[in-house]
Design a binder for this molecule. Structure first.
Ligand SMILES: *Cc1c(COP(=O)(O)O)cnc(C)c1O
Length: 382
């Protein structure tokens, strides 16, 4: 069955019944016999969709987890209240004091912060490697356990060669986790490319309407058991209201991403023709670092891109004059956003020539002509 058809059918209930799974709110699940209670507790250890207690998620979260698991091509999926909680939940089960973790230098800043604070305090050694690494010789050590990647890179969108990196990491016995928030289970499938874990902030495109938080860790193969135990032991789940919002968002995930992709690429190309601009960072533009890998491994782009301007350009004034682009954290909703960015800030291997002002844009679902008129007017009033 095609993925578009699956999006419309995930979580389908017995008929007659609601088209979208309802919000099931529960802490306690009642049984009429001790035998039934015991059987349920035993069953949930191997079946993640057993309704046993609110801390293990209710039916709403189970339906969403099954859908995200299928989209990502995993064996199991566990849900978390935010994307950052999912990043923590995807790393912690595999790392103990004395272990060494390798992280791509272009990682999402909050992931870096988790590694630098919590993991280091717990005695995990952390090193950062450049995004174009495919051979971990010189980086891996005898105590290296795991590699954390993100492709395309946060804010600057360099594309990693995940198949090559995963082959090398697996030859060394390492677990590879990928932050797949950019691809959101639709544009890119890290598990198919060789990763063991795919982590998605559903807050972004899966929810898709800037009104829900969610994180998912999807796992394949031998890493599943430790993740299942850790998630249960640490009491992680997703509340039913956000699970419902994300299930509803999923129905239009493919459709929305088509428009975000078309709008984002059109705006990126438009910016390239402006004299104020020195560089446009978008994985769909020819010549962008890793664009040919993205064309090979992904099925499209989302609405994100960054623009670098000439020294002295008033980026904040430009943003403030925009009417259709707002300023705000996060992305992946229907709305257009513009944020002052410094893509290489805090990185150990910054790219050349990124010193000038930079704006990270998210192209929303508006008509692209209106977005271009808005940008043009802001340049005009500079
Ligand atoms: C937003 C984001 C996260 C974190 O998601 P939250 O739901 O905001 O915690 C993680 N990784 C990437 C790449 C993100 O963009």
């Amino acid at each position: 069955m095609k993925r578009e058809t699956k999006l419309a059918h995930y979580g389908r209930m017995a008929m007659p019944g609601p088209a979208n799974p309802p919000i099931v709110r529960a802490s306690t699940i009642l049984h009429d016999t001790v035998g039934s209670y015991r059987a349920t507790k035993a069953a949930r250890e191997t079946d993640d969709a057993v309704l046993s207690y609110g801390r293990r998620g209710t039916t709403t979260a189970h339906q969403l987890a099954a859908a995200v698991c299928d989209l990502e091509g995993g064996d199991a999926c566990f849900l978390f209240p935010t994307g950052v909680a999912a990043v923590a939940g995807g790393l912690t089960p595999y790392l103990s004091a004395g272990d060494h973790l390798l992280v791509v230098d272009t990682i999402f800043p909050a992931t870096r912060s988790y590694c630098e604070t919590v993991l280091r305090r717990q005695g995990v050694e952390v090193d950062y490697f450049p995004w174009d690494t495919t051979d971990l010789a010189g980086w891996a050590r005898p105590n290296t356990r795991m590699v954390m990647v993100e492709s395309p890179a946060s804010q600057t969108f360099e594309v990693m060669d995940l198949p090559a990196l995963c082959r090398d990491a697996h030859d060394r016995g390492l677990i590879v986790a990928a932050d797949n928030t950019y691809g959101s289970g639709w544009l890119y499938r890290p598990l198919e490319l060789g990763c063991d874990l795919s982590i998605v902030a559903g807050t972004k495109y899966i929810g898709g309407h800037a009104d829900a938080m969610m994180g998912a860790v999807v796992a394949r193969g031998a890493v599943v058991d430790a993740l299942r135990r850790h998630t249960a032991t640490t009491g992680q789940t997703l509340g039913p209201d956000d699970a419902y919002a994300c299930l509803r968002g999923l129905r239009t995930l493919g459709l929305r991403l088509e428009r975000h992709d078309a709008n984002g690429l059109a705006l990126a190309i438009w910016f390239k023709g402006r004299p104020e601009v020195t560089e446009v960072l978008h994985p769909g533009l020819p010549g962008h670092p890793g664009a040919e890998i993205w064309a090979r491994d992904a099925t499209g782009c989302n609405g994100l891109f960054s623009v670098l301007f000439r020294d002295g350009f008033d980026a904040e004034g430009f943003i403030d004059r925009l009417a259709l682009f707002s300023v705000g954290s996060s992305w992946g909703g229907f709305e257009s956003l513009a944020m002052p960015a410094s893509g290489d800030a805090g990185r150990l291997f910054p790219a050349e020539g990124r010193g000038g002002p930079m704006i990270r844009f998210h192209a929303g679902l508006e008509h692209v002509d209106d977005l271009i008129d808005d940008l043009d007017a802001s340049f005009g009033r500079a």
